[in-house]
Design a protein around this ligand. Structure first.
Ligand code: 6PG
Length: 237
């Protein structure tokens, strides 16, 4: 695992955009396609906007990129809370990405069925081979959750790669998420975490006591994990 610390959010985003450019072009050179799992929330929006502008708009063969979401809130995809809506507006529409390159959760289905259907999409994409995404992007909540792997939820103990539905408290809502074994199978994993409010969570995950129930992002621990953080988020390291 490597931690890359930058003076500010802009610098961290530019560095991660360059990393994505490199990995995407390597994957496309080798396999003629690149699968990326996108994170939600607010932090990555600027990253996606950066990727949709020059030079990255022109340096990545976007028609060979396939987009997945690491997690989704159980709301209509047109809802302001939807991760898909944020990704569509900041990345997919500006790049004119065609719908058949994007794998969305069907939040019109009951949560468990929506999770199962997404898992089937993944299995079909990987032709029932081991589902190894070329890259997974992750964020970190100030309670040390990542994707929708929240503290003290039952899916944290999963051992088999899967897509799961989970109820989170305050407010009681459903989330849909890749579980940790599915994320850890990826070839490259990158966290993007910025801002002082995340500093304690970053410290707890990277240097705190081993307690994945309390700090779920500790579950994402393969040697291929890179952290892209700004100095504010790294303040307690
Ligand atoms: C989500 C994300 C979640 C996010 C963290 C950080 O659906 O919210 O997938 O895991 O990455 O909550 O969110 P912010 O970037 O908004 O702080």
């Amino acid at each position: 695992m490597s931690v890359h610390t930058f003076p500010d959010k802009n610098a961290a985003i530019l560095a991660l955009a360059n990393r994505i450019d490199d990995v995407a072009n390597m994957s496309i050179h080798s396999n003629d396609k690149f699968s990326i799992v996108l994170s939600g929330g607010s932090t990555p929006q600027q990253l996606y906007q950066t990727l949709a502008e020059p030079p990255f708009r022109d340096s990545i063969p976007w028609s060979k990129v396939f987009f997945f979401l690491g997690d989704e809130r159980y709301v209509p995809l047109t809802d302001d809370e939807s991760n898909y809506k944020m990704i569509e507006e900041s990345l997919l529409k500006p790049l004119n990405i065609s719908d058949n390159q994007v794998f969305k959760y069907n939040t019109n289905l009951p949560p468990e069925k929506a999770a199962l259907e997404y898992q089937q999409y993944i299995q079909q994409y990987f032709k029932n081979d081991k589902a190894r995404f070329d890259m997974v992007l992750l964020g970190l909540g100030d309670n040390a959750h990542t994707a929708s792997l929240f503290p003290n939820t039952n899916i944290l103990s999963d051992k088999t790669p899967a897509v799961k539905s989970v109820i989170i408290k305050e407010p009681d809502t459903y989330r849909l998420t890749l579980n940790a074994p599915m994320i850890n199978q990826a070839i490259h994993i990158a966290f993007l975490v910025t801002g002082q409010p995340k500093a304690m969570a970053v410290h707890q995950v990277l240097e705190g006591k081993e307690d994945c129930a309390l700090y779920p992002a500790q579950l994402i621990r393969t040697e291929l994990v890179d952290w892209y953080i700004d100095e504010a988020a790294g303040n307690f390291l």
